[in-house]
Design a protein around this ligand. Structure first.
Ligand code: ADP
Ligand code: MG
Length: 264
């Protein structure tokens, strides 16, 4: 069984997609077998990985709605991708009346689970059904939080959703931690928001070091590259290594047994 991690926060622009791509890349650099799942109808991860979402006939939408085999794209920066595009927005309504809707993504991923050590799911910016089925399919949830004024706004709703998923469908879902993002060390506001994140959430899950705000991220996404390929000395890479180290430890936790051959 692989470790399946949802990158989840109902706020947009908190770096879910950026983290999914970059953490996946760092895991792949350590020879772990990595699948990225784009579960956002905007297809940002799909575009970030260098595909044109609008050109794709087969996406995660067909896999979850029609039970078709997974249209995986292989070996993009050493990772595989289950892409998405705007068609997935139709699933939000269709799933409301669909049978067995909660486990649709979980069931769709089952045939390939043994092929991967890590499956990272990039959630859409909402608390709706798509995020719900991502959490049902996951062993863990990793929560990016933007270090800004009112950083904690919405965390109660977010934790409430995780609680409901645990109660109804996935009692083993664990919080892999919180990642403070877009941290601007020059502002007092960022420092104080970091304090409040630690004060309020350290009892709920591990708080990782903050990912610095840097224009290099925009350049990397424009060039469809992980940050490490653009600048091998960028300070954020240390933070990614720290998080990856934390994610590696999940392979040995009791609910996710390491797959037979962990390394490629
Ligand atoms: P989300 O998936 O949560 O909506 P994204 O990963 O798409 O967030 O990030 C939102 C925007 O912020 C993107 O333009 C991205 O390039 C930029 N971004 C992400 N992380 C950083 C960072 N550490 N510093 C500066 N910009 C960042
Ligand atoms: Mg996103």
């Amino acid at each position: 069984m692989s470790v399946v991690i949802s990158l989840f926060n109902q706020s947009g622009g908190v770096a879910k997609t950026t983290l999914t791509m970059n953490l996946g890349y760092h895991l792949a650099q350590k020879d772990y077998r990595v699948l990225l799942v784009d579960l956002d109808p905007q297809g940002s991860l799909t575009a970030f990985m260098g595909l044109e979402p609008a050109d794709l006939d087969q996406t995660v939408y067909e896999a979850i709605m029609a039970g078709e085999s997974l249209p995986l794209h292989h070996a993009l920066h050493r990772m595989d991708l289950l892409p998405s595009n705007i068609n997935l927005s139709g699933a939000e309504l269709e799933l409301v009346v669909a049978d067995m809707r909660d486990t649709r993504l979980k069931v769709a991923l089952e045939p390939v689970q043994a092929d991967y050590d890590f499956i990272l799911i990039d959630c859409p910016p909402s608390l709706g059904i798509l995020s719900y089925i991502a959490l049902v399919a996951s062993t863990h949830v990793l929560i990016p939080i933007q270090t800004e004024y009112k950083a904690l706004k919405g965390t109660e709703l977010l934790l409430g959703t995780i609680g409901r998923v645990r109660k109804r469908a996935n009692p083993h879902l664990k919080i892999a931690g919180f990642v403070p993002t877009l941290y601007d060390s020059r502002t007092g506001q960022a420092a104080s928001s970091l304090h409040s994140i630690s004060d309020s959430l350290a009892s709920v899950g591990r708080i990782y070091s903050p990912v610095p705000r840097s224009v290099a991220f925009a350049d990397a996404s424009q060039q469809h590259l992980p940050l490490a390929c653009l600048n091998s000395k960028h300070p954020s890479l240390k933070v990614f290594d720290e998080i990856v180290f934390g994610l590696e430890s999940l392979l040995d936790s009791p609910i996710s047994t390491p797959s037979r051959s962990r390394k490629k």
